[in-house]
Design a protein around this ligand. Sequence first.
Ligand code: ADP
Ligand code: GLC
Length: 486
Amino acid sequence: MEVLSVAAEVYPLIKTGGLADVAGALPLALGDKGVTLRTLLPGYPAVMSKIDGGRVVAEIDDLFGAPGKLIAGRFAGLDLIVIEAPHLYDRPGNPYVAPDGWDWPDNWKRFAALSWVAAELAWGLVDGYRPQVIHCHDWQAGLVPAYIKYGTPSGIKTIMTVHNMAFKGFFGREIFAQLRLPPQAFEVGGVEYYGGISYLKSGMECADYVTTVSPNYADEIRTPEFGMGLEGLLNGRADTVIGILNGIDTAAWDPMTDASLPQKYSGNTVHLRRANKARLVEKFGLDGEDGPLFCVISRLTDQKGMDLLLQALRGLVELGARLVVLGSGEGYLEDGFRHATGLYPGKVGIITRYDEDLSHLIQGGADAILIPSRFEPCGLTQLYGLRYGCVPVVSRIGGLADTVIDANPAALDAGVATGIMFDANSAHALYEAIRRTVRLYNDDKTWKKMQRRGMKSDVSWEASAGRYADLYATLTGLNIHDDSND
Ligand code: ADP
Ligand code: GLC
């Protein structure tokens, strides 16, 4: 079974968020499920510098305005096809945004090109290579199913995985003439969306299957509150929409071997986390005193409920807790946390850069991770938190509700609690959850049990990779040989 995965970011080549983690870890997890998965991604500078030694497998005369090449190579266990197209991708900044903070004005073209190349691969652009399924991630790959649907019949199947419904890839109708789609594709059953074009909607409309990254979010997005205008489409094709929970790369995220931790530990030695906590406190310039240390590792946006946390911050400090924040995003939120470091010196610290190593140290040293999201398709930081004994304190929403078991009295009695959960979109509920967390933290025996339980929970890709493999098999009618049964 040959599957082509199409994604705009893939860890460890390039990452701005959870999409990269998933696009980087799922291929590895599918390896022993009889699936050969290659990943197509744009050749940003960070990618080109890493795939040194790749070979050119195709040359394209006109890749939306200038020539381009496809380079096949490997990196960190991943089979890659990289699009070398300097006119589209050789730029500073992150994959979507220029250094001035604005989206690149030609993003429509940069990601139409990504999708168009995927379709060309399906039609035989590279000799000897024909994927049977194209697995498209988020709006940047959303045009693939449209190219396949309206192009030369190829028998190839497409899956659209929605990681975040809020990013629709919406552009004006005027780009249509340059998308290389036939006129009939501009229709309700195609790329048209409210008079313009939405790449995400195109993918969700034209793909053979739509998946999203947790079962709960798959249900939520069928309602107006979370469907963000696409609930009608989803309800209309409900039998081909499913939620498959994300996992994490348990080798890259393992507190027993993690090179970013000054002190490694296991479930039996959670007390050793103390040394990491001390390092963290020093790094963020906080007071050295005891008491629970909360953390945030996140984009600072409305989605993540960071304004609610700012409202609850005074209460957190008055409870004797401290907070470290690693994240960047909306200016007013960054400013809010910076202001708080002055208001509560030694109690609140913020670092706004993107720092993968530091994110590991925080998970390995902080006591609890706060995730007050308003919506959360899956969320990965609560999974890293579980794995690292950094107890997740999460809103009851999306994938957060699927992965954390609230420490209510019944769950504590039954010995199943792994975190704290509260109603979304309420600063008061968040504060009450923080209060409950502090109380639990002060009961050392209960707390350690909860940490250990979280560390034992299965956050791996094993089960979910199997579900994707089954889906590929269902779509193609092919039998997949499962090496793991050998
Ligand atoms: P989303 O994709 O919506 O941002 P996820 O929880 O799925 O949320 O994934 C976020 C990923 O980005 C996690 O791997 C998290 O550790 C990482 N991350 C977020 N902000 C930072 C940062 N400033 N530095 C390092 N890693 C970060
Ligand atoms: C998105 C979502 C997040 C999810 C990630 C990976 O960025 O916001 O909830 O975990 O994609 O699927």
